[in-house]
Design a protein around this ligand. Structure first.
Ligand code: NIG
Ligand code: FE
Length: 421
């Protein structure tokens, strides 16, 4: 079926060349003003100025945008969207003044989510995740990465990954799956890291590879969680099973995770609240690691996690000015970012990290797609790419989107050429 969308005020993110955007390239969001867009089946077929649109034989296929604007649907490259229960009790404990250790001592944190997930059936987890997926897709997300990591046992990690696999097969959204068995050490392995790493390598990974349950492997590299050495070992085992590393590094401390992530060819390194000047140079690809490797992957920032945890925001300006390929993602999870609203992620990145609106939209679309290895199919308005689009309400300018934070300006969303809302 052919659909022709007419009278688009700003058609944003139009590109012929769609490699990851680094440094000052992020500032350029190509726009056609007063545009049309033609969708053929599930693909973007053509676009241009309204004045160049040829008259159509079948006016039934016309959709008049009436002065609304269109941008590529968001590519949210870092989420933990499969979880069993919310954790607002911890949220209130934090308001009361309890710190992370005290909350963990009360059974909070990742282990709390793991306990609840162990008690929840695969069907119930699927239904909960499905609702969240529907919600974020109506807010403009057209592609999403989802991690395991609230299982922490063979059975529960597989349960999570099977839920993600079922979401992939039932949802129209493009979904990528990440194995995050190394999210934290289960209590019984707190003093026996070797045994849990053995379980990951010898018991979990072979089944995951056999059943094709994941695209990527993630490790939470942090003091009190997984060391850079442990991360490297787990990533290498992942690579042997066909999973590319995509990592949680430098959220709370700079302990060498970035250097090691480059050595294992991570496709993205995510969080980055706490980075040294050398870390920034490594992320930008300007300098090589001690092992002689230079990086060209994606630096993914998760501002809603910093916001929710009342932490300093990621140094987006420093990273962009150094030439990094920055992406933005929601980190949707019950502990540090209980929201998958990419519109708010973009607004926060402009308000708190001084990203320009154009940079933020590029980071949440094209670079987000690259952070999931989907840059050839999604993330820009390009002939032949999938037609995943956001149509906004009438807006005076693109900057109005992050400026008017909290107002839902997403009017309709198209996934694979079909309107979902
Ligand atoms: O990305 N940092 C590690 N993992 C999650 C939070 C996990 C949780 O508290 O449930 C994150 O922020
Ligand atoms: Fe995360």
């Amino acid at each position: 079926m052919t659909q022709i969308i007419t009278n688009i005020k700003y058609l944003a993110g139009v590109r012929e060349n769609f490699s990851p955007l680094r440094g000052e390239e992020l500032r350029n969001l190509p726009i056609i003003e007063d545009a049309f867009l033609i969708v053929e089946g599930d693909q973007i077929a053509d676009y241009g100025k309204m004045s160049d649109l040829k008259p159509t034989k079948n006016p039934k296929d016309l959709y008049d945008a009436g002065g609304a604007s269109i941008l590529p649907a968001y590519c949210d490259s870092h989420t933990h969207l499969v979880f069993a229960r919310s954790r607002e009790d911890e949220f209130v404990d934090k308001i009361k003044g309890l710190n992370y250790a005290e909350i963990a001592a009360r059974g909070g944190g990742i282990l709390n989510s793991a306990k609840k997930l162990g008690e929840t059936s695969e069907d119930e987890l699927f239904n909960l995740a499905w609702k969240r997926l529907e919600e974020v897709s109506k807010l403009g997300t057209g592609a999403i990465e989802i991690k395991s990591g609230y299982g922490l046992t063979l059975e529960s990690e597989l349960k999570m990954l099977r839920v993600i696999k079922k979401l992939k097969s039932k949802s129209k959204l493009e979904i990528k799956s990440t194995f995050l068995g190394a999210h934290t050490y289960p209590v019984q392995f707190r003093d026996n890291h070797r045994e849990y790493i053995r379980i990951i390598k010898e018991e979990m990974l072979p089944v995951i590879a056999e059943e094709n349950l994941a695209d990527f492997i993630d490790v939470f590299c942090e003091n009190g969680f997984f060391s850079p050495d442990e991360m490297e070992e787990i990533c290498k085992a992942g690579l042997e099973n066909g999973l590319l590393p995509k990592l949680h590094v430098n959220q709370l401390n700079s302990i060498g995770g970035i250097e090691r992530g480059i050595d294992v060819n991570a496709i993205s390194m995510d969080h980055l609240e706490t980075v040294t000047d050398r870390d920034v140079e490594l992320l930008s690809g300007k300098i090589a690691t001690a092992a002689g490797k230079k990086w060209n992957g994606i630096s993914t920032l998760l501002p809603t996690a910093a916001f929710f945890l009342r932490m300093a925001f990621q140094p987006a300006r420093q990273l962009i000015n150094a030439g990094c390929a920055v992406a933005l993602a929601s980190d949707y999870n019950p502990g540090s970012s209980p929201s998958g609203n990419m519109n708010f992620v973009i607004a926060l990145s402009c308000i708190q990290m001084k990203m320009f609106p154009e940079e933020a939209i590029n980071a949440a679309t094209l670079n987000g797609a690259w952070a999931m290895k989907l840059g050839n199919e999604l993330g820009s308005i390009t002939r032949g790419k999938k037609s995943n689009l956001i149509i906004t309400r009438a807006i005076p300018s693109i900057s109005y989107l992050p400026y008017s934070f909290g107002t839902n300006l997403v009017d309709r969303v198209m996934i694979d050429g079909a309107w979902i809302s």
